[in-house]
Design a protein around this ligand. Structure first.
Ligand code: NAD
Ligand code: DAU
Length: 348
């Protein structure tokens, strides 16, 4: 094996696309998907690659020190791509500690294990996959660049900012080779329907109301998940140690416009009358501390590493809707059980 890469959170939305890309593209790497399978982790996402020779799954919580050490030893881990996290802002508002435990303490535990196991830190990479939310909210225009000061506003973004700081501290203090990338909002297949786009697709299908927070004026920059996975591949292989790379779609949308677009696309696909699904739009109480606008300046990764999004939003969103309509069993599976309880408590 040329490399033995530990990908944490590989059963989640973005992680599963990263794992698939690496397993298929690099048969001479061993890919270890380490995930404790929270509500957001789903091995169904990886059915097509689970029998590949260069793929292994390990059900471990990143807070479990001893088990992490065993994994590093058993698979002689050479590099880490760290995606495991609690990822949903609304959940961070109702339970901040869960985010501290996984995103902060779990990340530090993983850093400690890597540091302990890797005797020659120079030859190993710890790559942390982070978010543009660490930069705060762009209420006065402009873009987030790699030098924008951190200003996290939600418990989720505070936990991710903290984990970024720990990663940099391990580079500075112990000489660990690290890279961080901060990406904008992802969309695409396998996203858990607590997030805006899959939640709306699911609700339009079921003719349930579409909850838009506040006036729907908040702006997000959307990127197709496979383009994010391609960016992670490029950063892992070509990124410079100690650097940060912003990743974004150059694709800003107001929430209400996205929801209207989904209604239009799905009316056509489901053979409904034009305007039928838009009647489901319901303006609800705003998210507490709701960041107004995120927008990434992704020129550095474009200029230095040659990455750019490959799909237009029009193509990506069609593909996404088609995937959810074609994968009803997946959607039913993740929206039964706990999801019902979450939905009732959060949206009541
Ligand atoms: P997700 O919630 O879909 O998946 C997270 C995965 O991590 C799940 O498989 C879950 O089981 C696993 N996990 C959670 N806690 C764990 C623990 N303690 N130990 C082991 N595994 C654990 O998240 P996502 O949307 O795929 O995001 C992945 C990463 O990318 C996160 O770090 C997130 O902050 C970051 N990110 C997400 C987006 C986005 O738009 N979704 C954008 C930028 C960055
Ligand atoms: O910017 C990157 C971040 O994008 C990631 O780091 C996070 O892990 C990911 O969850 C995402 O955060 P957001 O809060 O932007 O995503 P979410 O899909 O939850 O919400 C998108 C926008 O839609 C946001 O302005 C809130 C709004 N919204 C969301 C939901 C779930 C609604 O109006 N109604 C809803 O029901």
């Amino acid at each position: 094996m040329k490399k033995s890469i530990l990908i944490t959170g590989g059963a989640g939305f973005i992680g599963s696309h990263v794992v698939r890309l690496f397993v298929n593209k690099y048969p001479d790497y061993r890919i270890i998907n380490l995930d404790c399978l929270t509500y957001a982790g789903n091995l169904e996402n990886l059915k097509d690659i689970e029998d590949k020779d260069n793929y292994v799954f390990s059900k471990v919580d990143i807070n479990e020190e001893k088990l992490l050490e065993m994994v590093f030893n058993d698979y002689q881990v050479t590099d880490v791509i760290h995606l495991a996290a609690e990822s949903h802002v609304d959940r961070s508002i109702s339970d901040p500690l869960a985010f501290v435990k996984t995103n902060v303490m779990g990340t530090v535990n993983l850093l400690n294990t890597a540091r302990k196991y890797w005797k020659d830190l120079e030859n190993h990479l710890f790559y942390h996959v982070s978010t543009d939310e660490v930069y705060g909210s762009l209420d006065d225009g402009g873009y987030f660049t790699e030098t924008t000061p951190y200003d996290p506003q939600s418990p989720y973004s505070a936990s991710k900012a903290s984990s970024d700081h720990f990663v940099r501290a391990y580079a500075n203090t112990y000489g660990m080779k690290t890279i961080i990338s901060n990406c904008s909002n992802n969309y695409g297949p396998n996203q858990f329907p607590e997030k805006l786009i899959p939640l709306c697709i699911h609700n339009i299908k079921e003719k349930k109301s579409l909850p838009v927070y506040g006036k729907g004026e908040n702006v997000r920059d959307w990127l197709y998940v496979e383009d994010h996975a391609r960016a992670i591949d490029v950063v892992f292989h070509k990124g410079i140690q100690g650097e940060t790379y912003n990743i974004g779609g150059f694709n800003e949308w107001k929430n209400i416009s996205i929801v209207r677009l989904l209604c239009e696309i799905m009316d056509k696909k489901l053979g409904r009358e034009a305007g039928e699904s838009a009647k489901l739009i319901t303006f609800v109480k705003d998210r507490a501390g709701h960041d107004l606008r995120y927008a990434i300046d992704a020129q550095k990764i474009n200029r230095e590493l040659g990455w750019a999004p490959s799909l237009t939003f029009e193509v990506g969103i069609e593909k996404t809707v088609d995937w959810y309509l074609d994968n009803d069993t997946w959607l039913q599976g993740v929206t039964s059980g706990d999801y019902q309880h979450y939905y009732k408590v959060h949206y009541s």
